[in-house]
Design a binder for this molecule. Structure first.
Ligand code: GLY
Length: 362
């Protein structure tokens, strides 16, 4: 078991990483004194799979609970569903000290965190991420949000959880595509911050894809530690430091949006975004060693993530990229590579260069 602290003054919390640790949840709730009644937001599949362990962990510590099931879809991240859930939560919360548990992937975590941030002007919440992507990224750092039809994550707040419990055994129910999507974010961390982690992935990606527990625990711990450090330095993304976590995301989001969030999932889209960003870095002479793009491409290919764009047009990607939240006025802002493990945020990358790099992915 590994414990990583996210040090944020009075909002400090722990990320606990280990195999089969869900059963010990009750004692952490008691230790943290966050309440006596858990409102658990999850989906039907996860309740069936892990509900019993969770219930027994809560019963052991005399914590009452209620499950609220939501559809397993990005469409669940809506203000309308959030409002329905809050009405239900009001019904549950009679003379209780309520807190929220998010048992799920990014959708559950973002929605539950958003509700926790606004209900009674903020109640405690715990993240129990069940996907690799959520364990290494979305459960950490307090970004909570719901979408509108026009834009993803457009309504939300920074609101930190009181605990992140990353139980590696919960990853056993992931299919290969979901696992790969999480690996895309792991490759991102390696590329921006940690070249040793990159070499580790080059050697051990097969073990990870076969869900070997030790390698999963290793990558979740490494990535959580990297994310914790970045969030500590720039919790609310005001200093331009947290922005580095968006390597591959500007064009990745554009690809996701251009495909109507259907053809490519988030991990697959940011994989393509990272390749384009690395290519732009070479074109701008920021990345001197062009072999690095080759190494990233080879790793992505071996993992089984896409290296070419199919089924969407270049024009639609360019159009979508103008909606990126990282835009500063009329200027785009991209996270680019200086070396493996080193990045620079660059504003106003010429459109021609973006187009050239994009073309190479078709
Ligand atoms: N996923 C990017 C961030 O948390 O800042």
């Amino acid at each position: 078991m590994k414990i990583i602290k996210v040090k944020l003054g009075e909002r400090t919390y722990e990320i606990i990483i280990g195999n089969r640790i869900l059963g010990g949840l009750g004692k952490h709730i008691q230790r943290l004194k966050i309440g006596d009644s858990a409102y658990i937001i999850t989906n039907a599949f996860l309740k069936r799979k892990y509900g019993k362990i969770l219930i027994s962990a809560l019963n052991k510590n005399k914590i009452s609970y209620k499950f609220r099931l939501i559809p397993d879809s990005e469409r669940s991240k809506s203000i309308i569903l959030a409002s329905c859930i809050i009405q239900d939560l009001v019904g549950f919360d009679k003379n209780k000290r309520v807190f929220i548990i998010a048992l799920g992937g990014g959708v559950v975590g973002d929605l539950a965190g958003f509700i926790a941030s606004i209900y009674k002007r903020g109640v405690p919440y715990i993240q129990i991420p069940t996907t690799l992507l959520a364990q290494v990224d979305s459960s950490i750092g307090g970004k909570t949000a719901v979408d509108t039809q026009e834009a993803k994550n457009i309504i939300g707040a920074f609101y930190q959880p009181r605990l992140v419990l990353s139980d590696i055994s919960l990853l056993s129910s992931l299919n290969l595509r979901q696992l790969r999507a999480g690996l895309a974010e792991v490759i991102k961390y390696a590329a921006i911050e940690n070249r040793q982690l990159f070499s580790y992935l080059e050697k051990n990606h097969q073990k990870i894809l076969s869900k070997e527990k030790k390698s999963l625990e290793f990558i979740v711990s490494r990535c959580s530690a990297i994310k914790a450090k970045v969030v500590e330095k720039d919790e609310k993304e005001k200093k331009g430091l947290r922005t580095i976590l968006n390597f591959g995301h500007t064009l990745g989001h554009a690809i996701e949006a251009a495909s109507n969030y259907k053809k490519y999932n988030h991990g697959e889209a940011i994989t393509l975004g990272m390749l384009i960003a690395a290519d732009i870095s070479i074109r701008l002479k920021l990345l001197k060693d062009s072999r690095i793009l080759g190494r990233i491409e080879k790793l992505i290919f071996k993992v089984g993530l896409p290296i070419k764009i199919k089924g969407i047009s270049l024009r639609s990607i360019i159009k979508s990229h103008y909606h990126d939240k990282k835009f500063r006025g009329t200027k785009n802002r991209l996270v680019l590579l200086k070396d493996l493990g080193k990045v620079k945020v660059v504003t106003g990358v010429p459109l021609e260069i973006i187009k050239e790099a994009l073309k190479k992915r078709f």
